[in-house]
Design a protein around this ligand. Sequence first.
Ligand SMILES: Nc1ncnc2c1ncn2[C@@H]1O[C@H](COP(=O)(O)OP(=O)(O)OP(=O)(O)O)[C@@H](O)[C@H]1O
Ligand SMILES: [Mg+2]
Length: 510
Amino acid sequence: MAGIPLISMRNIVKRFPGVTANDQINLDLHSGQIHALLGENGSGKTTLMSILTGLYRPTEGFISVCGEEKKFASPRDAIDSGIGMVHQHFKLIESFTVAENIALSQSSNSFLLSQEEVVEDIEKLGEKYGMSVNPRSYVWQLSVGEKQRVEILRMLYRNSKVLILDEPTAVLTPQETKELFLNLRKMANDGCAVVFISHKLNEVLELADKITVLRAGKVAGCFDRNDTNRYGLIEMMIGRKISVAQSGTKGEALGETVLEIDDISALNDVGTLGLNGLSLKVRAGEIYGIAGVSGNGQRELAEVLAGLRPVKSGNIKFYGEEITGMSPKNMIERGISYVPEDRLGMGLVPSLNSCENVILKEYDKPKYSQGWWIKEQAAVAATKAIVEKFDVRMGSIFQPVKMMSGGNLQKLLLGREIASKPKLMIVLYPVRGLDIGAIESVHKLLLQLKEANTAIILVSEELEEIAELSDRVGVIFSGKILGEFLIKDLDMERVGSLMAGVVEDKGESV
Ligand SMILES: Nc1ncnc2c1ncn2[C@@H]1O[C@H](COP(=O)(O)OP(=O)(O)OP(=O)(O)O)[C@@H](O)[C@H]1O
Ligand SMILES: [Mg+2]
């Protein structure tokens, strides 16, 4: 493509203690183009974009905007240069309205703008790009997809010309993803340069004009969309070919019943019924896949099983023993493990290091303690074993885990749980945000757990993943299992309609 790039990053180096996150990176972004950034977990994508948005200063290298060199001392400078980013963890104030959130981000004169003007502008922008959201709604009232729209509208409202989205589809339904792609294309057509970070190759190939692959902090390759394909990209990302995890005993798992949930209901965080008459059974050595649009009771189900959420009615049996309403400690002692979706909120403690996080749930067991003393060597050895087995990459096991990349956090958390040899494991969206190599290892590990006779409840929004791993599939909608399939009878079309709450072919909604 001719012309001066809108953005040119040259020889960017970013060093953190113990890691070179970006190593001599060059990247050009052109107006009118969608540029995808691909790379394994920890390859440096977020770091590079944090440099472009003024969040970090590069150790070396420089950035120019329309051919003119710029030094960003703060995010404000980058915003003033027309660069905006939607982070994976949204940065909105829940108790403010959409309009207030958007006006807030306007520089000094924000209080001069009348709320009405802002509301009108947002409505216009929303209409133009087909991203409607009520400017007067409070952010806490919005779905995840709507919050993302607000973040995008905020960038547009600030007149950003460079729009960066860090794994935007990880939290969206397939329908929302489709809409997002249409909108991003419109923005590119209007002259924006769009950066799209994703681990999903299908999406990258569908959306991108240009693709840059990072590996271990360096640019491994940069292609026009039409000059590359799925396999080329995979090999470039991980530097080798991958194999697919295969379950040997799929659908034949006939161990004894481990978990029996009978007609339970429980409240969600807003006080309505998050679980509403849910029943299911899982056997030893079985993977029970739960398909569904997130927000239909998945998290509540997991929390009930982890002892973190009270049950209103119904009961739960574990190896025949009634465990309804037991404490988290009791659940853990029985061998029930919960791998939450919110890794830094619930699973790991951000300010503690890997080693401390690994022993977190068992620090008072003889394995790791003697009287008041923590057996440090045992803890370090256990951590090293997990790090090695799960290929967790980080500067050092003594660094706070908040410094690790998203994918590596997930591997550490899963590794810890699997190492505890659970009898029942409930895992939520285990590969969200993971790269292909890591997905492959997580799937293999889940299958190994299954071979070791663990009963597994796998909650995912990726139907392919569920179909690949599960022995049985239940579709969750509005707090109950609306339909169940043996894997050999899995009918994707019916799963799709059940996910939307449509039972059978009468087209009725529940
Ligand atoms: N603030 C920080 N302090 C120390 N190290 C960091 C910091 N931020 C990132 N790193 C390290 O830099 C490397 C690159 O991380 P980065 O978050 O950019 O990866 P990523 O490509 O976005 O990965 P993912 O796909 O998992 O999100 C990792 O090794 C990470 O541990
Ligand atoms: Mg990242």
